[in-house]
Design a protein around this ligand. Sequence first.
Ligand SMILES: [Zn+2]
Length: 139
Amino acid sequence: MKAELIAPCGINCSVCSSYLAREAGLPVRRGKINHCPGCRPRDRKCSRCRGHGRINKVRFCAECELFPCEFLNRLESRYMTAYPLQESPIGNLRHIAKKGMRSFLAAERKKWKCPDCGGVLCVHNGKCYRCQEIVSWRG
Ligand SMILES: [Zn+2]
């Protein structure tokens, strides 16, 4: 897991279904399997700062004076409730701000490690793209 895969909002792109599908070479299937190299590799800054009418200058949303903004709070509640595995973007950002990126990445490697093969579990469907069959981003 790499620092450049931690998006400005605190989401770890390495556990996203679209990132994992691309890495695993799964064929794209409309609405089911998408491909994405990650937010930062696509040069995506915080997608909401423009909505706030702001020029995006922060590396992470925790550095923003509006943190945690309404968008981030909604993202937080979705990622804490809507998927089989929980992720806390705000918790991630606080970890990075307090203890640094190295400490965060070490915790993430442990948290998302597939117990069967050592691969990476997906936040969106709870599956391992190395040792389990993937039908769609939902499972
Ligand atoms: Zn596995």
